[in-house]
Design a protein. Structure first.
Length: 154
């Protein structure tokens, strides 16, 4: 619950505060968003579009341009009166939809580390990034491979 509150504060999701009922809903939405990324990785754009459209409809996404709190015009994907779980899921689904429409959905990746399930956007020029964070997941695997080679050689 504290993670949801912190996330909503960090990314300025205003309106109704997070409730304990939002946590299981967010977990369910995460699984569905993960499935969208998996479809994108597999090159199945039709499945990704279908899943995103269902998520956007279910969360009641209605994009609007707003200005508030000294911020210039920006887009809110759902009304501030919607539950925080729906607003977060709608916002993430809209971001994925924009990547898909722009032809950049292949940049969505699941971390190659077998102990990590994070999803990231590969912003490298040659689209070759494999880990969500090369300093943690990537380095951990490289060190393990090095140690295995040293043990096999010694």
């Amino acid at each position: 619950m504290a993670d949801v509150q912190e996330f909503s504060r960090k990314y300025a999701f205003q309106g109704h505060p997070a409730r304990s009922a939002d946590v299981p809903r967010l977990r369910a939405y995460r699984a569905r968003l993960d499935a969208v990324v998996t479809a994108c990785e597999a090159g199945d754009g039709a499945a990704a579009v279908s899943m995103l459209n269902a998520l956007l409809a279910e969360t009641g996404a209605v994009p609007q341009i707003v200005s508030h709190d000294g911020r210039g015009p920006h887009i809110h994907v759902s009304p501030a009166t919607a539950p925080i779980a729906d607003r977060i899921a709608a916002h993430l689904a809209m971001g994925l939809a924009e990547l898909l429409v722009a032809g950049e959905s292949r940049r969505l990746r699941t971390c190659a580390s077998p102990t990590c399930r994070e999803i990231f956007l590969d912003e490298s020029r040659n689209r070759s990034r494999r880990y969500c964070d090369s300093r943690t997941c990537g380095n951990r695997l490289h060190v393990a491979a090095y140690r295995a080679r040293k043990a096999a050689a010694g």
